[in-house]
Design a protein around this ligand. Structure first.
Ligand code: CAA
Length: 257
């Protein structure tokens, strides 16, 4: 196997995973997605890690699946390999918060990978798109479903059918990204967000993530019931006592998870 195509950087209890195939604009090949999957599964099990930041380079978060690698595959190859399901969905399955810090191109599978994260912070040079139809296929890593939920049917259809890219400003207005910052400040902002989340009670972080994700999977009534149960459950934790006492005593909370 060639040298690693991701870089893992530790910032206390935050880990930054950097996609690193600059020669191919971080096109997501089998090796890279295997490494992303292994790293995310390991970080998810590691109690000393609280939040993950997934990023690429200033020029590209990722320009999609590696077209050169998949061009010669047959239908049988794709099914036998369980392409996407087997390696890519680790980001959507991760229990810890993952922030996507996106600069440059986030196209095809790159846009889909960013959307699997909990939220996206975009650099002002970010460009999002689902150009798969231009190469004779359709989005295959959840793009037709997640993009539609993020930006609504009209824009999702427009981007998917015409393949046009959305810039950072439009992406923020449409709800695809939570914030836009300058490209120079992107990582600093994402890591600062991650550190802020890492200081909270991780029981409440985990349940909040589950509850927000539940909103995509269920009816309003069911979702609210789900949230209520989790809210009540947190009253069985020491961190709830600590958080509320700290507020009353006008001091910073010392959460112990
Ligand atoms: N796969 C493989 N290689 C890629 C790639 C990709 N998705 N995107 C870029 N590259 C490679 C290019 O082939 C080129 O390599 P060489 O120098 O060896 O020729 C290098 O990265 C730089 O790319 P360009 O010269 O094309 O750079 P550019 O600035 O002119 O254009 C771009 C940038 C608009 C992103 C263009 O590269 C592009 O359109 N890339 C393909 C985007 C795309 O179609 N993505 C969808 C892939 S399919 C998919 O993702 C399916 C799915 O849903 C899972």
């Amino acid at each position: 196997m060639s040298e690693s195509s991701i870089i893992v950087e530790r910032h206390d209890d935050v880990v930054c995973l950097k996609l690193n195939r600059p020669e191919a604009l971080n096109a997501l090949n089998n090796q890279m997605m295997g490494e992303v999957k292994d790293a995310l599964e390991k970080l998810d099990r590691d109690d000393t890690v609280k939040v993950i930041v997934l990023t690429g380079s200033e020029r590209a978060f990722a320009a999609g699946a590696d077209i050169k690698e998949i061009a010669g595959k047959t239908e049988q190859d794709m099914q036998a390999q369980d392409f996407i399901e087997e390696r890519w969905e680790s980001a959507a399955r991760c229990k810890k918060p993952i922030i996507a810090a996106v600069a440059g191109y986030a196209l095809g599978g790159g846009c889909e990978l960013a959307m699997m994260c909990d939220y996206i912070i975009a650099a002002d040079n970010a460009k999002f798109g689902q150009p798969e139809l231009s190469i004779g296929v359709i989005p295959g890593a959840g793009g037709t479903q997640r993009l539609t939920r993020f930006v609504g049917k009209s824009k999702a259809m427009d981007m998917t059918l015409t393949g046009r890219m959305m810039d950072a400003e439009e992406a923020e207005k449409s709800g695809l990204v939570s914030r836009v910052v300058s490209v120079e400040k992107l990582l600093e902002q994402a890591i600062s967000d991650a550190k802020k989340i890492a200081k909270l009670s991780q029981a409440s972080v985990k349940l909040a993530k589950e509850c927000v994700n539940q909103a995509y999977e269920t009816t309003m009534e069911e979702g609210v019931r789900f949230e209520r149960r989790e809210f009540h459950a947190l009253f069985g934790t020491r961190d709830q006592i600590e958080g509320m006492n700290a507020f009353i005593e006008k001091r910073a909370p010392d959460f112990k998870d």
